[in-house]
Ligand binder design. Structure first.
Ligand SMILES: Nc1nc2c(ncn2[C@@H]2O[C@H](COP(=O)(O)OP(=O)(O)OP(=O)(O)O)[C@@H](O)[C@H]2O)c(=O)[nH]1
Length: 328
């Protein structure tokens, strides 16, 4: 745009078009700079869309049709789809077509042009560009969803995986603890439950690996009845982690105890086998700045404490064993 700002001003004496190009050119340069430094905001996209459209359409409107400014409008459908996604891209494309095609017909109604043919050619090229981008973007969206699933979801149980948990940790640590910047986040606490199936090796050894897999799936389904699936992670073979936002120590303990009791009283029936299992649960509070590694180490210690005390119990804290309750 900045090139056309100078070109229109000094070469073909079009100060109006040059001014529009100049203003939007500087704006776009700023947005590219922000995007390059990872500071792009949603409204930047809309401003880019509107400014590119205004500059291209203004040039087309003002200049003689033989100057070929209309070719720049063919770039708009791909730009719309890339900046705003396929759906909004299609809407922008249709909106721009409404004034452009009749105007092209009127402007090319001269001795040097065939108005019908130039308008039809433009219309086909314009909508074809849109169709190609629309299909590409739709496919891209679909692939992104699939890739995300493959990257963050455990394929057996459908819960999230360890990689997703690492992302969760990074995000939790990124929220500043500054009460002046984020007053509502000040009180936020995060407690995590590590739920481990007791003697799961015996299930595999007795019933086979397939039945073991089915028990893991049933176990994940049972946990999903207690909380949203996006709070559940499978972090090891028979080990799940649940995130609890803004739960006090007592609430977290009661929550864990409810899970423990439910598992104990449930008979899992994969492929018509009756299987009773129990779980040991370790609870730990997540502190800002704590690394993923150190948290898992602490949480594992809690879990080992629970296991060492006989399994089928909830253990809160590495040192404090007072809240550990052995099942009746
Ligand atoms: N079926 C199945 N088994 C798994 C999977 N991942 C890990 N395991 C099994 O889980 C078992 C875990 O055994 P251990 O670590 O000894 O734990 P445990 O038998 O539950 O004993 P404690 O945890 O000490 O109560 C092993 O037999 C693994 O083979 C899986 O995806 N499917």
């Amino acid at each position: 745009m900045l090139f056309f700002c100078f070109f229109n001003l000094f070469m073909i004496n079009q100060p109006n078009v040059s001014l529009v190009n100049g203003v939007f050119g500087v704006g776009n340069l700023y947005f590219f700079f922000m995007a390059y430094h990872g500071k792009a905001k949603p409204w930047h996209r809309h401003f880019l869309t509107v400014s590119a459209t205004a500059a291209a359409f203004f040039a087309f409107y003002n200049a003689d049709v033989r100057a070929g400014a209309v070719y720049w409008l063919l770039l708009m459908p791909p730009l719309y789809c890339l900046l705003n996604g396929p759906k909004l891209g299609l809407i922008y494309t249709l909106l721009l077509a409404l004034p452009t095609i009749p105007l092209l017909f009127i402007k090319s109604d001269s001795i040097a042009y065939f108005p019908y043919r130039s308008s039809i050619n433009f219309t086909f090229a314009y909508f074809l560009a849109c169709t190609v981008c629309y299909i590409y973007e739709k496919q891209y969206e679909k692939n992104s969803v699939n890739l995300r699933k493959m990257a963050y979801q455990d394929p057996l149980t459908g819960t999230q995986n360890r990689h997703a948990l690492k992302i969760f940790f990074d995000q939790f640590n990124r929220i500043p603890n500054d009460p002046f910047q984020h007053p509502r986040k000040k009180e936020e606490s995060m407690r995590l439950l590590i739920v481990d199936i007791d003697y799961f090796k015996q299930v595999n050894d007795t019933f086979g690996h397939d039945i073991g897999d089915a028990v893991l799936v049933d176990m994940a389904d049972l946990l999903k009845r207690f909380t949203d699936s996006h709070n559940i992670y499978r972090i090891g073979g028979e080990e799940f982690l649940i995130t609890l936002r803004n739960h006090s120590a007592t609430q977290a303990y009661k929550f864990a105890e409810a899970i423990r009791q439910r598992v104990e009283s449930t008979t899992f029936t994969p492929q018509e086998h009756d299987i009773q299992i129990t779980v040991s649960i370790g609870i730990a509070e997540l502190h800002k700045g704590q690394t993923f590694r150190s948290f898992l180490r602490d949480a594992d210690q809690n879990l080992y404490s629970a296991k060492n005390q006989g399994r089928n119990l909830v253990h809160y804290g590495v040192i404090d064993t007072l809240e550990s309750v052995k099942s009746a």
